[in-house]
Design a protein around this ligand. Structure first.
Ligand SMILES: [Zn+2]
Length: 179
């Protein structure tokens, strides 16, 4: 789930924290964005190529539609089903000698992009499939299209982070003062 949020935010956001941003456009830029995003999250990727980065940008663009989908969720889910098929998502027990078996949603011989897309897509499908699609949120602050996974108990989260929450509160306060 964190991986989906991270990839969408670094590869497919056109605004963040009140400022328009240009998503990375070339394979090199995308690869750098994925590396810095994942390294900041404490899990630097290894073995990714610029071609992988381009394919992951496509995946991020498709997955992005699921966040804040509202009434469009069925259409976004149909595209998710298609993504799961294309990337060969299948529940599989993976085993390394001497280690406990681990359930993942890609074939043992899947490419890295297929594995990420299948695992991410399955995680999102499981959230939507238990009626929790509204937890795939988009920041409600002005000029911020960052997405998040809402883990609050009553699914009440509205902002990507505290800085956007404070900005939105301040502008609501100014709007009240004006009237
Ligand atoms: Zn935000």
């Amino acid at each position: 789930m964190e991986l989906a949020v991270l990839l969408v935010n670094v590869l497919a956001a056109d605004s963040a924290h009140g400022r328009p941003v240009t998503p990375p456009l070339t394979g090199g830029e995308r690869l750098a964005a994925i590396h810095s995003g994942l390294s900041a999250a404490g899990r630097p990727p290894s073995g990714l190529t610029t071609a992988d980065a381009d394919r992951l940008a496509e995946v991020a663009g498709e997955v992005r539609l699921l966040y804040g989908a509202g009434d469009c969720l069925p259409e976004a889910a149909a595209r998710l089903n298609d993504l799961l098929r294309r990337h060969g998502a299948v529940p599989t027990l993976h085993g390394d000698p001497g280690k406990p078996l681990r359930l993942a949603f890609h074939r043992p011989d899947a490419t890295l992009v297929d594995a990420w897309a299948a695992d991410m897509g399955t995680a999102l499908a499981m959230v939507i499939g238990v009626g929790q699609g509204a937890r795939l949120g988009v920041c409600q602050a002005a000029t911020c299209s960052l997405v998040f996974f809402d883990t609050t108990r009553n699914a009440s989260r509205r902002f990507c982070d505290l800085s956007c929450q404070n900005r939105a509160k301040a502008s609501a306060y100014r709007a009240r003062r004006r009237t």
